[in-house]
Design a protein around this ligand. Sequence first.
Ligand code: SF4
Length: 387
Amino acid sequence: MKELELYFHIPFCVKKCNYCDFLSFSPQTAAALNGQEAVTDAYMDALLLETLGRADEAGEYRVVSIFVGGGTPSLIPTGRVEELMETIRRSFCLAPDVECTIEVNPGTVDEEKLRRYKRAGFNRLSIGLQSAKEKELKCLGRIHTWPDFLKAYQAARRAGFSNINVDIISALPEQTLSECLETVQAVLALVPPPEHISAYSLIVEEGTPFYERFERGQLQLPDEDTERSMYVETGKILKNAGYEQYEISNYAREGYACRHNLGYWRRRDYLGFGIGSASLMGNERFSNADSLRDYLNAPLDQRIGRTVLTEAQQMEETMFLGLRTTRGVSGEEFVRTFNRTLESVYGDVIRRNERDGLLRWQGDCLSLTDRGMDLANYVMAQFLTGT
Ligand code: SF4
């Protein structure tokens, strides 16, 4: 049976963070916009309907990973999350060791809720910390404090979670290198430390309060050199602490790389449920529309942007997604998929970047060097355009 991943999007957050351009809104905003008071309930009804209605698309698949993300899934009444898991279990063929992740934010969970998640089948928790410093959390517009995070983390351990990811962000406004590294050290000092750490750099996205401040010249971001040092030093500290970097921004203890993320970068098939969620099935990509109102009215009728990928597009995706991982792209798998060697398709690009010290072969796999990781966008763009 082929392997499949499932993603469920929960688009609600207590309030919108200042840097966030994800598809999410507060339940109050959503209720006012849609003229519907119990909007989270209505959304979960629609999500269950969609799950049941589309399960037959996964008939020939075995589900190896389930990811309930957002937004803030832990904002949804726990009984509704349990109902979702029950529906998933009844509707799909799950692998016995299915990785099952739920994203939670500090300030929205307690031990009882986490115990119920565990009982419902979640075996991996992803906690949005972002920073250990109160000043930075405030600046980001997060709803929680460092002690809130500690409480959630310790509750998660007591509830029995032995696979926890912590998200952190660097290159924050006015952040110095040492402030950035203090967050990394604070996360490593947790007892026991997390199995997985996602360490992203802030990107100021259009349409966010940060963007407006940036445009007005009121957002002081670290310069490029400081930002690079934050990335490099973070990596060094995490590697010294026993984490393996398996992707540009992701680190894990041995055996704890996120199966869901890896599947995405290796182009495993996935089905997305809920507004705005994307899917890849075979060589077809499609999404759900992002209108909450439309979704509540007709959750099974939201597919847009159906694209059958050409072979050239599949190859491009294989390269720019695969090169994000430290393993890189396997030459053998490439031949198995496309019946052509990597060199026959991308020989010139590979040779040029090898010469420049940006790409290397390790055994059968082509991957970015450390310098290539620094210039990842530049290298990947060459595979996109085929130049
Ligand atoms: S909690 Fe996450 S999804 Fe929600 S607004 Fe903040 S950054 Fe966005």
